[in-house]
Design a protein around this ligand. Structure first.
Ligand code: NAP
Length: 276
């Protein structure tokens, strides 16, 4: 019998590539998105169910899981990929914007995990892959609430791996570096955080890392992320973290070896030169 994966945020970027990767490897794929009526590609593929799911709405998650299990039976793997970024200096970002960031990037995975865990616990197997970021273990300025959401997702996942071990359920973190998807366009500069004192450095950071065109960091083909998610789902290992892309591998490697102060100085001399 084929395995089934449910993916959130499959309308674009990594999510769409992840859906295609699992489909090409012979899995049943539940490709979920907020606006399935706009999808034209994934619904042409065999064994792919495109259905609506907004990670901030538990009712929509419950409905998607019923639709998925009616069609394919149980869900073997869950990929929490949906996410967005809110940028700007923390001091000025409104609490509503911060809550929205956490609703999607942290409570989103919490909501979907709570919804699939009962069936995974019942069959004593399953894999949950949470798409974190290089920003789940190191931090950059003017993106603090995004960094907070991914650090929180890492802590949550790390802790849950122990809780779910006895049920044969594996937890995984995929940590992409910097890839050109729609993420830059879909990430917003907080409207309330346009404070004069921060303006110049905030703008420099935005120009260096956010603008899809001309961004100074690029880890190459985003397919690497889809391949890493597939590896995490199928390698049968206890490995928790899968950094993807040279920037993630190098930066996270350096972070493990260096003291806080040495790492900060290295960041200021290289990644943040002229910014912080
Ligand atoms: N690109 C990078 O360099 C990078 C690096 C590290 C980590 N990441 C992480 O990778 C993941 C995917 O990002 P991406 O780069 O592929 O960006 P993307 O192309 O902007 O994709 C983000 C996806 O999340 C969906 N989404 C947003 N809010 C949602 C909600 N409330 N419910 C359901 N889906 C929602 C979007 O759907 P709509 O089409 O409906 O908006 C879209 O499909 C994110 O978690 C991001 O934080 C990206």
């Amino acid at each position: 019998m084929k395995n089934t994966v449910l993916i959130t945020g499959a309308s674009s970027g990594f999510g769409k590539l992840i859906a295609k990767k699992f489909q090409s490897e012979g899995w049943n794929v539940v490709a979920t998105m907020r606006s399935p009526q706009k999808e034209t590609e994934l619904n042409q593929l065999e064994n792919v169910l495109v259905t609506e799911l907004d990670v901030t709405k538990p009712n929509s998650i419950a409905k998607a899981i019923i639709t998925a299990t009616d069609k394919f039976g149980t869900i073997d793997a869950l990929v929490n990929n949906a996410g967005l970024g809110i940028a700007g200096p923390m001091e000025g970002i409104s609490n509503d914007e911060i809550r929205n960031q956490m609703d999607v990037n942290l409570f989103g995975p919490i909501n979907t995990m709570k919804a699939v865990l009962p069936q995974m616990r019942a069959k004593k197997s399953g894999t949950i892959i949470n798409v974190s970021s290089i920003g789940g273990r190191v931090a950059f300025p003017y993106f603090s609430v995004y960094m907070a959401s991914k650090h929180a997702l890492e802590g949550l996942t790390d802790s849950m791996q122990y809780e779910l071990d006895p049920f044969g359920i594996r937890l995984k973190l995929v940590e992409p570096g910097v890839f050109k998807t729609a993420f830059g366009e879909n990430s917003t500069q907080s409207e309330t955080s346009k404070m004069a004192d921060y303006h110049e450095t905030n703008q420099k950071f935005y120009d260096k890392y956010f603008k899809t065109e001309g961004s100074s960091l690029d880890d190459g083909d985003p397919q690497q992320v889809a391949d890493a998610v597939y590896e995490a789902a199928t390698d049968n290992s206890e490995q928790l973290r899968y950094p993807v892309g040279a920037s993630a591998i190098q930066t996270l490697g350096a972070r493990q070896q260096m003291s806080d102060i040495d790492f900060k100085n290295m960041m200021k001399q290289h990644a943040l030169a002229g910014i912080a």
